[in-house]
Design a protein around this ligand. Structure first.
Ligand code: MRU
Length: 367
């Protein structure tokens, strides 16, 4: 069908005309292979098992998944087609509740199809696919702009610490927090990155270490628990993380462990920056208290890389995300610029701007 992906050029998600094709991130770093998702059950399984992961990437996958679902259902008429899209929105959206990108992308595809005035099921599909492609393209542009805004925000800071994976595997472009790293590297600024392992599913060691290493970035892997001493010993000038859902007041859900890093950064006087596209912001959620945090299979904690590392029936608490309160965040880096406190105001203004992206523009501070 096509060339196998290589370390220097891969797409986390692509559309091949009939199916969504994702990098199967469960197989990394041992193997770089794609998985072709030609049925809704596959789309849901890929999102649920983190074969495809990262807030923007699951949003893009979900958007195309709506088209896969329409093709599978073969609706007889326009009304059936719209009803099918509403069903798909609910079923795919329930797979991972925390990242707002997924539910927002599904809602956008359904609404675009409804607004299109389609008179045949084929027209409904065309409108749905066009919106899924737009979501994909917008994310690529957002990543580029985030990288540039973040690079300028960092000034002379080069020693960075990041968590989970927020790069080319998690988005359609260079990433969010990692787009800033790539922008520094492209500008010849030689960033050096400490990547946390990100237990329990090791997105840091399996994915970020692999991705940055393959790109020639100076990266060192640390156990999650080494972040404190790294900061105390002056190895970190800024913390850069991504986000899965930012509430209207700036409270931010991200990979479990993010909150602890924010507390440590504040204790050591190190700036803590959250990078993400406006598609990860949720104006309808007032504060972090209202964010639903996904809880996952206890075996993810009982096992390490598949092998049992705890008593097989030990009770486990396994939240996939935590919520960092806004007061621990120094700034958000978005495609429309750097958002500063008070975040209630800067987030509202950024969302009202309509998301105009200009990657070449100097960073605007929305305060
Ligand atoms: O469970 P995951 O791997 O999907 O969690 C991903 C994160 O928490 C990322 O930091 C976030 O989605 C931003 S990715 C640009």
């Amino acid at each position: 069908v096509s060339q196998p992906p290589t370390q220097s050029s891969f797409s986390s998600v692509r559309w091949d005309g009939d199916a969504v094709v994702v990098i199967d991130q469960r197989r990394l770093p041992a193997a770089l292979v794609e998985w072709r998702l030609a049925a809704v059950a596959d789309v849901c399984e890929a999102i649920r098992t983190l074969a495809v992961r990262g807030a923007p990437a699951i949003g893009i996958t979900g958007g195309y998944g709506m088209v896969v679902g329409l093709d599978e259902a073969r609706p007889a008429g326009v009304t059936d087609a719209h009803a099918e899209l509403a069903r798909l929105e609910a079923s795919i959206g329930a797979v991972r509740p925390t990242a707002v990108n997924l539910s927002a992308a599904l809602g956008r595809v359904r609404e675009a199809a409804e607004r299109s005035g389609a008179t045949t099921p084929a027209d409904v599909r065309t409108a749905a696919l066009a919106e899924a492609v737009a979501i994909h393209d917008e994310d690529r542009a957002a990543c580029a702009a985030i990288g540039e805004h973040g690079r300028q925000l960092l000034g002379q800071k080069r020693r960075l610490l990041t968590h989970c994976n927020t790069g080319r595997l998690a988005t359609a472009g260079d990433g969010t927090a990692l787009a800033i790293v790539y922008a520094l590297q492209a500008a010849g600024a030689a960033p050096s990155v400490l990547a946390t392992e990100s237990r329990p599913l090791l997105q840091g060691s399996r994915l970020t270490a692999w991705e940055l290493g393959a790109a020639g970035v100076d990266v060192r892997l640390i156990a999650d628990s080494a972040a404190g001493p790294a900061m105390a010993q002056g190895l970190v000038e800024a913390v850069l993380v991504g986000c899965d859902r930012v509430a209207a007041n700036g409270d931010t859900a991200n990979k479990i462990g993010t909150y602890a890093l924010a507390v440590l950064a504040r204790q050591h006087g190190i700036p803590f920056y959250v990078a993400g596209p406006l598609s990860s912001f949720d104006a309808a959620t007032e504060s972090g208290a209202a964010i639903v945090v996904e809880e996952r299979d206890p075996d993810e904690v009982r096992r390490f890389a598949g092998a049992l590392s705890a008593p097989p029936d030990i009770p486990v608490w396994n939240p996939a995300f935590d919520v960092t309160p806004a007061h621990l965040i120094d700034a958000f880096v978005t495609e429309v610029g750097v958002l500063e406190p008070p975040f209630g105001t800067s987030i509202r203004r950024a969302l009202a701007s309509g998301g105009e992206v200009d990657a070449a523009a100097a960073p605007v501070t929305v305060g």
